[in-house]
Design a protein. Structure first.
Length: 255
């Protein structure tokens, strides 16, 4: 009798320290980005190198700006260059996506980014990010992915949080054979039993908490995110959340 397959645990991180927390507490891989508070942006090549050196496989988010996923030709060209850069810096794969203005998948742009990832001449995974959740039909979007050769899709099932999108997540699993459907978006460890019951191949958590500010001097607002002194900080990876997610996944093999 075959042993049950345990869904993978991916943790979104922004630093080598976060990657070490993920490694130490049982994650299978990390997704690296900058600007987590903005939904994630492309990290620098130096940051990719530093996180890859921690030892876990690193999926790198390539997103050139905040906001919607409808990109012009210059932005697509920039992201293709960023894809090549992060793969050269040690990424195991990239997390990309683009939509047309009508909410359909911009397949041409996605294929261009996937092709850039594989130009390095070594295996590179390609994940469609949560552009799927902003598409006009997430299930129809997932159904396109096997033909495009993508590895996985990160999705909440089109819901505000993955725990609220169970029915659509299950439909996406059915619609995209051979593509790993990874539940992400507002995931808490307590959501994991229901998510795995829906058939997802992986779960993705940011497992984040706000870092304690290190400043000793007076505070003044700098930019749109600086609405209050206690909020003007960055996110770090919470080891307790990672460990609890790992425990919940492991428990799914014993029920």
């Amino acid at each position: 009798m075959n042993a049950p397959t345990v869904p993978a645990l991916e943790i979104a991180v922004t630093s080598p320290a976060g990657a070490r927390v993920a490694l130490d507490h049982g994650a299978d891989r990390v997704e690296l980005c900058a600007g987590l508070e903005l939904g994630g942006l492309t990290p620098s090549a130096a940051l990719v190198e530093a996180v890859a050196a921690v030892g876990l496989p690193v999926q790198v988010l390539v997103r050139c700006r905040p906001g919607d996923f409808v990109y012009d030709a210059e932005e697509i060209a920039l992201m293709a260059a960023e894809v090549r850069s992060v793969i050269a810096s040690g990424a195991s794969g990239v997390v990309v996506g683009a939509l047309a203005a009508d909410g359909t998948l911009d397949s041409e742009a996605v294929v261009r980014l996937a092709t850039a990832a594989r130009e390095a001449g070594r295996p590179a995974e390609v994940t469609l990010h949560r552009a799927a959740d902003l598409s006009a039909d997430p299930v129809a979007t997932a159904a396109l992915l096997p033909e495009l050769g993508l590895t996985r899709v990160l999705t909440s099932g089109g819901a505000a949080a993955a725990g609220q999108g169970l029915e659509r997540l299950a439909a996406m699993v059915e619609a995209a054979p051979g593509v790993q459907v990874m539940a992400g978006g507002g995931v808490r460890p307590s959501d994991i039993p229901a998510l795995t019951a829906a058939g997802v191949a992986a779960v993705h958590l940011s497992a984040k908490r706000r870092a304690e500010p290190r400043r000793r001097a007076a505070w003044v607002p700098l930019g749109a995110s600086g609405s209050a002194a206690d909020q003007d900080t960055h996110f770090v990876t919470d080891p307790a959340v990672v460990a609890e997610a790992r425990r919940m996944l492991a428990a799914r093999t014993t029920v």
